[in-house]
Ligand binder design. Sequence first.
Ligand SMILES: Cc1cc2nc3c(=O)[nH]c(=O)nc-3n(C[C@H](O)[C@H](O)[C@H](O)COP(=O)(O)O)c2cc1C
Length: 324
Amino acid sequence: MAGFTDMVFRGLCKERGADVMITEFVMADGLLRERERVWRTIDFVEEQRPMGVQIFGSSPQTMAEAGKQVMDRLQPDFLDLNFGCPADKVTCQDAGSSLLRDLPKLGRVAKAVVDALPDQPVTAKMRIGWDESSIVAVEAARILEEAGIRAIAVHGRTKVQGYSGEPNWPVIAEVAETVKIPVIGNGNITDAREVTRIRRETKCAGLMIGRAALGYPWIFNEIKVALREGTPPPPPTLEERWAILFDYATRLQEQLCPYPLERKDDIGWMRAKILSLTKNLPGGKKMRGALSRIKSLRELQALREETLQAAGRRKDFSKTANQV
Ligand SMILES: Cc1cc2nc3c(=O)[nH]c(=O)nc-3n(C[C@H](O)[C@H](O)[C@H](O)COP(=O)(O)O)c2cc1C
């Protein structure tokens, strides 16, 4: 997920049960122009396999060439094509979900990439259509299958919906009924109950979790344990959540800091990333206010201690109150 699922974050998800991961999308053109930052975005380490790298673009030739370079240089387990991004800066280039308005072109892009990589798996991610009046997922999936795409992830919303409203699972189910290749369902999955329902109602071969993992990478194991044993494991304590947040920030600073040496202590660049890990944390709102002001790992550590001490005091107080 663009801006969030960097290599360090993917490590957190892998350690907590994610089976298959895909990098955030990168522009095919950017890869071909040898932009260092773009190549760094899709880097991964061996423990993160099976890994897919996702690219976007609108020219069949550029996508094919970029796909080939990615497979040659990084050897991910598969290459994934983005036909789902709703952002204007992507759709105005006729890329991402914009290709759902031009299915012949969608097919040409997919086929060009598959033909350039005859022995390697190419997969695709798409939405169900541009808007309510143009739900094309089934037709698009047929075209992608015909082009040689090996699996399709379907986010059950239209481009116009963005990230709001309910995902349309009946359409995802129809796609999974129609094509022979595996279909991975996506949209608002947050717990095992939802997973069980989707498994019952669709022939999806797999499920994809997006936003719920950003704030809570424990979700993968939690769902797996709940499916296996009937109840989820106890959630991580506040101490554990802080430990992960701090470890994440430290590793980000060591591995991905984009600032020159003289600014290397400044953690402003990662603020959105660490803020997203505080979602649903007890006292999270207040903490987010404090987090948006801190400037260094030292200050982050001080905030960690302060928050944990305050939580400890609250616990002691409620124990005493209960005894009274
Ligand atoms: C900030 C953000 C960045 C995203 N970046 C990507 C991306 O790079 N590639 C992609 O296929 N989907 C991307 N998505 C979409 C998600 O993968 C997913 O399809 C969508 O959020 C719906 O699933 P969810 O309800 O589980 O979040 C992004 C979503 C968000 C909110």
